[in-house]
Design a protein around this ligand. Structure first.
Ligand code: GLP
Length: 243
């Protein structure tokens, strides 16, 4: 496990963007696992800058998003598909057919989970998985539970997650309560993982994840078992770590 402590959000975002860009430089057809939320927005902006400066080329890159809200269509402004288009994909030269995001409007959600899982298996291992972390240490939408869910699955979101995500919605009742998420096995199968966190509200989750006991109650703690994981943290998110 590698921990990179940065001074602020901007430095965290730049570091993360360099890690992603290096991966693509080493392997132009890399498979990237991508995250949404507030945390990686700066990283996407830095990657767009690098693309405009011709430092990175997404022509052969394949992406798999971690999750999607259930019940939101891709053109709904709060869907993760919309987020990815608006904050990243529309500015770079990725091929639309190389973008994968679970379908939040699938009529049969269990079939959709199976389809996504099969796609992930067919493409082979994700080369670099980018993660954020929830205040309750969720990754993707793998919420605290009494067991780790291995594969892509349907999730009932935690109250804490619903509350945290309410900031993106006009009315609290609009916040989706369910989602489709890659499972812990999908995430752990990535060859490399980089987890970003900033701000004091993530400090407890980061401490438990890195220094605590490995437990499905702290989903991100499973990353302690991954052979190539890097945490890129700002000062506040790292502030409760022993070292
Ligand atoms: C969301 C997403 C996660 C994300 C997390 C933190 O619910 N499903 O992938 O990492 O919560 O979000 P934020 O970066 O906005 O704090």
């Amino acid at each position: 496990m590698k921990i990179i402590k940065t001074k602020d959000y901007q430095e965290m975002s730049k570091k993360a963007a360099f890690i992603v860009a290096s991966q693509i430089t080493i392997k132009n057809n890399s498979i990237l696992g991508l995250a949404t939320g507030g945390t990686p927005l700066g990283m996407y902006q830095e990657l767009i800058k690098l693309y405009k400066e011709e430092m990175v080329d997404f022509k052969e890159v394949v992406t798999f998003n971690l999750d999607e809200y259930y019940g939101l269509s891709g053109d709904s402004e709060q869907s993760y598909r919309y987020y990815m288009e608006e904050n990243f994909f529309k500015y770079i030269n990725i091929k639309p057919e190389n973008i994968h995001i679970p379908d939040g409007m699938a009529a049969d959600v269990s079939l959709e989970c199976k389809r996504y899982n099969r796609l992930l298996e067919r493409e082979g291992a994700v080369d670099l998985q980018v993660l954020g972390i929830g205040r309750n240490a969720h990754i993707g939408f793998n919420e605290p539970d009494d067991e780790f869910k291995a594969d892509t699955h349907f999730v009932k979101l935690d109250d804490d997650t619903i509350e945290a995500n309410a900031r993106f919605f006009d009315k609290p009742e609009d916040v989706p309560q369910k989602a489709i998420s890659m499972g812990i096995k999908n995430i752990m199968q990535a060859k490399k993982i980089v987890l970003l966190a900033n701000g004091l509200e993530k400090a407890d989750a980061i401490k438990k994840t890195i220094e605590g006991k490995i437990s499905p109650e702290v989903p991100a703690s499973v990353l302690q078992l991954h052979p190539d994981v890097t945490f890129v943290l700002d000062e506040l998110a790292a502030s409760k770590l022993d070292n």
